[in-house]
Design a protein around this ligand. Structure first.
Ligand SMILES: Nc1ncnc2c1ncn2[C@@H]1O[C@H](COP(=O)(O)OP(=O)(O)OP(=O)(O)O)[C@@H](O)[C@H]1O
Length: 252
């Protein structure tokens, strides 16, 4: 398996606070990698660096073997990396199709449409319909998103990230605040994406979800990488121990 992203000695300081210290590991092609750790461990800081929102103080990010400078969100998007943040940034009074194309609206191809920037609602609706079908999401592209449950809104946010056809999707706590049922539906969506060759990085405090959907877990504690474990090799208790900063020993 080849690396899609490799982090080498990534450190990040905010003034006196060392949010990340010398973090090095690789994300493999087509895996689901969970990023776990206690509050303040550095998970959000790390994904913001991978998605171009923050820049590391030192260290190098490699995407498909190339050292890259991700100075903003577009740099990451151009390399096929999309992120769905916890706040979702969904526009509740817009339709599913409008949300999927929010900020990337398709314009009419006719000369007048181009000139006046007419949005091509029909094309957005039909492309949204195709995308939703590909993700096996039973959502009407013409419905306003405010009518949806939390799990469905999360699915719309994931569909929007998929609109640019990324091959790496980073999900920040996609199941927090969801019912058990909705959580399972979002986990099933993550599995379907992964079956379609999308590499997934998942931040989650829900260890049951992590064990259900992820292949490996990278464990952070106080800004340091404690380990990267194959989830078939560790128990939930061992993982919690590592999240508390206890490296695995041969006796574990
Ligand atoms: N913009 C910032 N300015 C100053 N300190 C920050 C900033 N962002 C994060 N930090 C600090 O960096 C450390 C790591 O925070 P981060 O949000 O990455 O942790 P986390 O693992 O995502 O936590 P949580 O699970 O609570 O979201 C914390 O000590 C946090 O207070």
């Amino acid at each position: 398996m080849s690396d899609v992203i490799r982090l080498e000695n990534i450190s990040k300081q905010f003034g006196q606070i060392q949010a990340l210290e010398d973090v090095s590991f690789a994300i493999e092609e087509n895996e689901v990698l969970a990023l776990v750790g206690d509050n303040g461990a550095g998970k959000s800081t790390l994904i913001k660096i991978i998605s171009g929102v923050l820049q590391q103080t030192s260290g190098t990010v490699y995407v498909r073997g190339e050292p890259v400078e991700l100075s903003d969100y577009n740099d990451a998007e151009e390399r096929g990396i999309e992120t769905v943040y916890q706040d979702l940034a969904i526009a509740p009074h817009r339709t599913v199709a409008e949300n999927i194309f929010l900020g990337n609206e398709l314009l009419s191809s006719g000369p007048l449409g181009k000139f006046f920037n007419f949005v091509d609602d029909d094309r957005m609706e039909s492309e949204a319909r195709e995308l939703l079908a590909r993700l096996e999401l039973d959502l009407d592209p013409r419905s306003e998103v405010r009518n949806f449950s939390g799990g469905e809104q999360q699915s719309v946010a994931i569909a929007r990230a998929l609109q640019s056809d990324p091959n790496i999707v980073i999900l920040d706590e996609p199941t927090s605040a969801l019912s058990l049922d909705a959580t399972q539906r979002v986990l099933d969506l993550i599995k379907r994406l992964n079956d379609q060759d999308v590499t997934i990085v998942l931040i989650s405090h829900n260890l049951e979800a992590v064990f259900d959907v992820a292949d490996r877990a990278a464990i952070l504690s106080s800004g340091r990488l404690v380990g990267v474990e194959d989830l078939t090799d560790v128990t939930e208790d061992e993982l919690v121990g590592m999240m508390m900063g206890r490296a695995r020993t041969a006796a574990d």
